[in-house]
Design a protein around this ligand. Sequence first.
Ligand code: ZN
Length: 214
Amino acid sequence: MFFISWGSRGGWAEVGPAGLRHCAYCDKDSYFTRMVAYTVRHIYWIFRWVTGKTPYLVCGNCGAEHADDAADEAHKDVTKAIPAWDRRGWLVGLGGIGALVATGSIAAAADRQSDTVSLAAPHVGDIYEADLARLMTHPDAPVMYSTLRVTKVEGAMVELEFGRTYYNDWRGVDRDVNAGEANSEAYYGPEREKVPVSALQKMFEDGTLHDVRR
Ligand SMILES: [Zn+2]
């Protein structure tokens, strides 16, 4: 199940020494430590940002918490004390999305590369997602997204049969191919056409062939 995970959690970090001070709780002088309490808000725990930074002081003797009377001067140290992962998590989140986009582009490039290899050496049964309108002098529709299937390979020539059904959206073709329908003989009409193997790459480059399924 897909759901958006968001929320917040409290965090705290040590800022640094705050000098020798008197504690009203234990009535002793001791070295105090400056701390900061903050809230990390997040979406999916990836995009994070910090709100509600509250510096406070802790007695070195009894651990009692005191209001920070010098919080303004310590402002920079307070910010630095919060872990970068909490402070700048949203940058990491953006980086992650960038990486996903890059991975998608590499996958698409690899797919094109493998299509090119398949087109250079066709096999009987290869299915090409194709715009049949580009292959006809008088097409029935401006775009006719369908399939071509390799029925024979003879030397430098390849014989293709044509899908009977066409769509105006590649998704229709993808669906038929993925469902295995484009593998059945009934999916194709009776006419066959021979084209040079060398023409396939050109058809791929000009967009007549959209995808190769082997
Ligand atoms: Zn104390």
